[in-house]
Design a protein around this ligand. Sequence first.
Ligand code: G16
Length: 547
Amino acid sequence: IRGHLPKEQIEAYSELHPKARHLLFSYGTAGFRTLGVVLDSVLFRVGILAALRSKKLDGKTIGVMITASHNPEDDNGVKLVDPRGEMLEVAWEQHASTLANAPNEEFLDALENFIRTTRIDLSKPARVVYARDTRPTGESLVKALEDGLKAIGAEGRDAGITTTPILHYLVKAINTKGTKEEYGEDSEDGYFQKMSEAFRKLVSGRPRIQPLIIDCANGVGAPIAKKLSQYLGETLPFALYNADTATPGALNNNCGADYVKTTQRPPPSLIGVLQQGQRACSLDGDADRLMYYFIDERGYFTLLDGDKIATLVAAFIVDLVKLAGLAESIKVGVVQTAYANGSSTKYLSERLPVRCVPTGVKHLHHAAEQFNVGVYFEANGHGTVLFSPSTLEKLETHEPSTPAQSTALKHLNNLTQLINQTVGDALSDVLLVEVVLAHKAYSAIEWNSLYSDLPNRLVKVHVPNRNAFKTEDAERRLVTPYGLQAKIDDLCKRYDGGRSFVRPSGTEDVVRVYAEAVLRSQADELAYRVAGMVYDEAGGEAIRRPK
Ligand code: G16
């Protein structure tokens, strides 16, 4: 090992954060996620791991976000953020799980072994920036993390209570400071300034925007949206609902993006508030997901989910690229997952290259990097737009030959400032959607009419062992339990436009079942019948239907 490992110090701190023998942790879709009260040892060890990741990357700042996002309030979790603001490199996920699971007395050995095999130079500096959402367990988990940082002698920066996307922004801003790629000032203020300035430029000269109703899921999105609103002033008035972060049990309860998407209903607190045709949206517990919706002229609730956002945004960017005279050199592509509504995939594929990847922002992000401009959104509202480094350069240096080209180019450059390109960001996405609606002079109704969603249903099945479910083909097909996929295929054939798939969740202890069909009743029936098969196959305990 190169450099010094303060073994005694680590051991002493480690004793304060013992790992319970019977618990097994796994770094899943979005880091470690389980009941908040059992995560103390994990946070301590993640502190050490983040410091080592920083040392491995020559002292670059690593981010740590303590959140369980859309999960219930009692859950908590932690995810690591790499220097460019993206999710932790996949190869390190296994290291994270191994270190989190080592019994107390073997932790130091596991650590030394890891440092040796990964060839980490301990003499390098270690810098970590961390934040948490509003969950009650967050405060003590931050302390455990800080003990991990102290134990290994890392420099920590507390970004306080903030959203996941702001933490990602900070990581990138810190690491690009003073370089040619400087991302912005490394503070919350820098984040708000950057986004709100770009927004003002993009909507200048357009008609005044009507107030937007935002359901904040009673989470950290509430105080952050409030601050953003001060920067936006009259350019985009917010009406904040479910902004109560103090009442125990309120977080994500009957509100928020996940509730709206899975129940396909507005939060009960907005019933009577939402007027026909008025657009509203929901954030999730850490403000990285966004759902828009409205009540249509017949009084029906209509969702504008991640697929609809992707379609709106991709079409807008394609138009601007054409108008700027750059259609030949800048190719726009879209990345989705199996949850994307079949109609959205059809609509988009007729116009653009579309790729399907497994669930999890890390997969979408990497696939989107392959395009000059990659628009990625999960149907659940998690997504953003990436401009490749060469595209950014092209946009900055291209000489427009007409005033129309010049305007389109200016809009594109402002979009690169408006969009949080590190990760899905509900508030940055709100601004993006509002810009497109303003430019197109679309109401929610017109936006929705781009294509009609196939009716769909998502259900959760509680099974004794969700790991028995293995998938392939970007999670569209089951490999095990053996024979189950053939049964699902047979069933799907009996429904017009029937499509269904089954996958284990990476953030909750459930198996998820998705189904869609041409008719609502058929989509529901297909979902519940496939869920029934999963239940029978795996000895499921209960099917939790949306209330
Ligand atoms: C996380 C991930 C998302 C994923 C979601 C559900 O979201 O970041 O990419 O779609 O979990 O994942 P799963 O179906 O595997 O449980 P969030 O908003 O909870 O961080």
